[in-house]
Design a protein around this ligand. Structure first.
Ligand code: PLP
Length: 457
């Protein structure tokens, strides 16, 4: 492709577009992408890049995966959209059945929306109205974790950890009680994982003891906090949070927007701790990364608190595109791919490769000194860099801010792009989160580039 169209697109983009999480005054212009296949994206000038972050963590089976693309085309030609109040359709019903069959046992009701943030908004509203409908409106508080990220809509921001990103929106945010996260590398209670008993959970218990009767729900990202810094939690933390919620009669909301659909090595992260939350949020990988669609799943008992001849007990929430048939068809095609053993073989192979490369990096004297912490769960691997750690605030809540504002993050991002790999470090945290279609050789290339980047910081 000649470079002229690329300049044209950029000029038009610069004149008219406003990109998310982008300070256009300081970052390089965006790269115009024309095509994707597997782990690769091609720009207008014919350059190609390995998408090692699955395009903001959504792409699972690879870009332009043919079976999902065909399912979308078929559905769009048959029924592209229908109002979902008073009407229903086969793709929505079939997807709900399929999800209920694979979700942690007991999550039997499916409410659709459009993206991760709305899945969380619905979960929070569902939890509040559940108690309201049961005649316990005093249960209106939420407990969330340090370093949490649950999206950018108002209530999702409120339960996310406060940061300079949310500062301007303070008038929109309701107060939330903050429990410790199991950030083992920066243990909030000064323990070591080898000898600890998950004492970081004590704070959650203190909050529940003090405010449990005014608390509607605990919300957390199970096993892996993503935007907060790819923080991997011990399974015992999640299992313990479930026990505490049971003990204090509080709902548990699991935000699996990132962790769902194989990311952590199992279909859902909760399964690794044998936990069934009361409410579970899904989006990102739901459609294989093709279309925006989200799910808030809940236990039947929660649905029953809304099912009534009293119309005031209705869940008053919905979006124009709720249960879009094309999105549901994409999700069904994606789920069919998870039924193939090759998908799980790939997920396991990515996990093995990540583990081997992390071990090599932390075992080699040349690179080990640059790495403060190496962590991995399933297909997600992260390095917390030491060089940057000195500069980065001790308070990890600001890591996301670092990721956006730090010159290190931008410098590394440019290095990766120059080497044909798309990675967006969260400040001092470089992470690899590829589509499952990535080949062994492609993933080795990604790790070679990450290794080379440690020499330039
Ligand atoms: C755990 C988690 N929840 C919610 C969201 C918000 O999802 P969306 O960006 O689709 O609104 C994200 C996005 O990164 C996320 O990682």
């Amino acid at each position: 492709m000649p470079s002229v169209p690329s300049r044209l697109t950029l000029e038009r983009d610069a004149r008219r577009l406003w990109h998310p999480y982008t300070q256009a005054a300081v970052v390089p212009p965006p790269i115009p992408i024309v095509r994707g296949q597997g782990a690769w994206l091609w720009d207008e000038d014919g350059r190609r890049y390995i998408d090692a972050i699955s395009s903001w963590w959504v792409t699972t089976h690879g870009h332009a995966q043919p079976e999902i693309a065909a399912a979308i085309a078929r559905q769009a030609a048959e029924l592209e959209q229908v109002i979902f109040a008073g009407f229903t359709h086969r793709p929505a019903a079939e997807l709900a059945e399929k999800l209920a069959a694979i979700l942690p046992a007991g999550l039997s009701r499916i409410f659709y929306s459009d993206d991760g943030s709305t899945a969380v908004e619905v979960a929070l509203k569902m939890a509040l109205q559940y108690w309201h409908n049961l005649g316990q409106p005093r249960r209106r508080g939420f407990i969330a974790l340090e370093h949490a990220y649950h999206g950018d809509t108002a209530a999702a921001m409120a339960v996310g950890a406060p940061s300079p990103f949310t500062a301007a929106f303070a008038p929109l945010l309701f107060p939330v009680a903050r429990a410790h996260a199991a950030y083992c590398h920066r243990c909030p209670v000064g323990r070591r994982r080898e000898t600890c008993h998950i004492e970081c959970l004590d704070r959650m218990e203190q909050l529940l003891r003090a405010e449990g009767e005014q608390t509607a729900a605990v919300i957390l990202e199970p096993l892996l906090q993503g935007a907060g810094g790819m923080i991997v939690h011990p399974r015992e933390f999640l299992a313990g949070a479930r026990r505490l919620c049971d003990r204090y009669g509080v709902l548990l909301i699991a935000d699996e927007v990132l962790t769902g659909f194989g990311r952590t090595g199992t279909m859902f992260a909760c399964q690794q701790a044998e936990v069934t939350p009361d409410i579970l949020c899904l989006s990102k990988g739901l459609t294989g990364g093709f279309l925006p669609l989200a799910v808030t799943a809940c236990r039947e008992e929660i649905y029953q608190a809304f099912y009534s001849t009293d119309r005031r007990k209705t869940l008053f929430h919905g979006h124009s595109y709720t249960a879009n048939p094309v999105g549901c068809a994409a999700a069904l095609a994606s789920l069919a791919l998870f039924e193939k053993p090759q998908t799980w073989e790939r997920i396991r192979r990515i996990g093995r490769q990540h583990a081997a490369r992390l071990a090599r990096l932390t075992g080699d004297a040349k690179t080990a000194g640059k790495i403060a912490d190496a962590r991995q769960i399933g297909t997600v691997a992260a390095l917390e860099l030491r060089g940057a750690e000195g500069e980065s605030p001790e308070d990890g809540e600001e890591i996301v801010e670092e990721g956006y504002l730090s010159s290190l993050g931008l410098k590394l991002q440019k290095f990766y792009l120059d080497h044909g790999v798309i990675l967006r470090p969260l400040g001092p945290i470089v992470y690899v989160l590829p589509p499952y279609s990535i080949s062994e050789a492609e993933l080795e290339t990604v790790w070679d580039v990450v290794t080379a980047s440690l020499e330039v910081i």
